[in-house]
Write a protein that binds this ligand. Sequence first.
Ligand SMILES: Nc1ncnc2c1ncn2[C@@H]1O[C@H](COP(=O)(O)OS(=O)(=O)O)[C@@H](OP(=O)(O)O)[C@H]1O
Ligand SMILES: Nc1ncnc2c1ncn2[C@@H]1O[C@H](COP(=O)(O)OP(=O)(O)O)[C@@H](O)[C@H]1O
Length: 199
Amino acid sequence: MTENIVWHDQTVSRAEKEQHKGHKPVLLWYTGLSGSGKSTIANAVEAKLFELGCHTYLLDGDNVRMGLNKGLTFSEEDRIENIRRISEVAKLFVDAGLIVSTAFISPFKEDRARARSIMHQGEFVEVFIDTPLEVCESRDPKGLYKKARAGEIPNFTGISSAFDVPEQPEIHVKTAEQSIEQSVEQIIGYLREAGVIEI
Ligand SMILES: Nc1ncnc2c1ncn2[C@@H]1O[C@H](COP(=O)(O)OS(=O)(=O)O)[C@@H](OP(=O)(O)O)[C@H]1O
Ligand SMILES: Nc1ncnc2c1ncn2[C@@H]1O[C@H](COP(=O)(O)OP(=O)(O)O)[C@@H](O)[C@H]1O
């Protein structure tokens, strides 16, 4: 019931927070298959931003599922709830003035669109970590594809559960064709061109 709840405007404005931080707040929304490189690239980009003096926060897949979203499964319904909560938390961190990164498969386009819709214009940057399934499977950093192929993990993304390919991501990273360093440069380059960072 939300009928007796009233939104409060805050005393410290977004513009003041932005000025204080020295960069614009933004959400880098990484999406891609398991093993595509979301976590690796998001961590490397965050490290670079940190080195440049930016204020950052990273919400990463497995860690969030061990805490905030503990108990959620990989059913369609639970993945939707997983992404809904993550979007709302990310929005709070962006409101605090940070450069926020989220590294989740986020396989359904409707959920990514909803996350975009709750952010201010220009603050949602979809980063598609585009790695062919065969490459993810050959990397198999956690041995999960092997288990999924053996029928031990139901609803595994790319094998027995859908992944909606992003149609117009702001940043399209092809990890089978470029190194981690090149991907970091691509993303930092985007943030400079978009005026998020000026350093
Ligand atoms: N069934 C199934 N399908 C896909 N992935 C699975 C599954 N079961 C466990 N895992 C592990 O959980 C990580 C994905 O969690 P996410 O929260 O990012 O998924 S989702 O956005 O809710 O779809 C994913 O981590 P990443 O490899 O970092 O993507 C897997 O390690
Ligand atoms: N060009 C590349 N870009 C990103 N990751 C790569 C690349 N080449 C190899 N890898 C490896 O692929 C794996 C990706 O795993 P991870 O970052 O956990 O993916 P995800 O978070 O999408 O599940 C890591 O072991 C990483 O070192």
